[in-house]
Design a protein around this ligand. Structure first.
Ligand code: PDD
Length: 277
């Protein structure tokens, strides 16, 4: 497989990572995961915009403008003859330099990107998944798609050990998002989700779901719901580039409504398929 490294295309096995690298030593970097359907990127502009916003937020200078990055990403698809479903992982760090918390001078960012095949989670999309709840112990700038993912990793691992797909995170009982996805609650025909603040990642699929809701005339209310609200929810679902619109049918072993994906979740799934495939 061919990977993109510093605006060059090289064989995956020839890629070497420097010994002192700020992504490794400080988590000093940002990333994106972009969905590929039938060899085409989905929501590409949204992801590229967010990457540049993350870069700005951590004062990292990206070595090329947006349109050049898009050309490189398109080239990467072609060089891998990618025509199937998959994703690209794109990472940018502040660069390689002797270890010092202070930003190094005259260092260029390290960029790499690679593609992998990934099928849609069809079984889970059809039947829904179970999740757990965990305290949101992350920092106050969760809108930055930063490489510092330890709290997310720990929450997801706890979910996995309990046989669940995801962890819903909450701050003092107010639900923010999941460890690697956004989360929604449906009550009386209305969708509730945490507003766009610094406390959540501004999901690209969340943006698309807001658009679908408006097209379908389903009220999309940006107001955080509570752990208590979950007990009487009509439906719940989560979204991300890899999970799509995924129904949640159980939270901490408590069944949501009749334990099956609900009608609004299904309508949004249909809208997603129409838009993405
Ligand atoms: N995660 N919230 C968090 C904390 C995330 O890490 C993600 C994405 C999302 C959903 O964002 P989007 O709709 O743009 O994929 C929300 C990716 C998939 C990951 O880390 O693998």
């Amino acid at each position: 497989p061919v990977v993109l490294s510093q605006a060059k295309f090289v064989h995956r096995d020839s890629l070497k990572y420097p010994f002192e690298e700020r992504g490794l030593q400080f988590g000093d970097g940002i990333y994106e995961v972009i969905r590929i359907y039938h060899g085409k990127y989905y929501l590409l502009m949204e992801h590229v915009e967010r990457l540049y916003q993350s870069a700005e937020a951590i004062k990292l200078n990206l070595p090329y403008p947006k349109h050049e990055l898009i050309e490189l990403l398109d080239d990467l698809l072609q060089r891998n003859n990618m025509t199937e479903n998959g994703k690209v992982y794109l990472q940018v760090t502040r660069g390689s330099a002797p270890r010092d918390h202070v930003f190094p001078q005259n260092v260029t960012a390290n960029i790499y990107a690679y593609i992998s095949k990934q099928e849609r989670p069809l079984e889970q999309l059809k039947h829904g998944v179970c999740v757990i709840t965990e305290r949101d112990i992350r920092w106050e700038k969760c809108y930055i798609k930063s490489l510092n993912l330890l709290p997310n990793v720990l929450a997801k691992q706890t979910a996995n050990e309990k046989g669940c797909y995801e962890a819903i995170l909450h701050k003092d009982g107010l639900v923010t998002e999941c460890s690697s996805s956004n989360v929604y609650l449906v009550k009386n025909g209305q969708i509730y989700t945490h507003p766009i603040t610094e406390n959540i990642l501004h999901g690209c699929v969340r943006m698309a779901v807001e658009r679908f809701s408006s097209e379908l005339n389903i009220p999309f209310i940006e107001k955080a719901f509570t752990l208590d609200d979950i007990k009487t929810a009509d439906e719940m679902f989560l979204t991300s580039s890899t999970s799509e619109v995924l129904p949640i049918v159980k939270v901490d072993n408590i069944q949501i409504a009749d334990g099956k994906p609900g009608p609004i979740s299904k309508r949004l799934q249909a809208a997603y398929e129409k838009d993405a495939l």
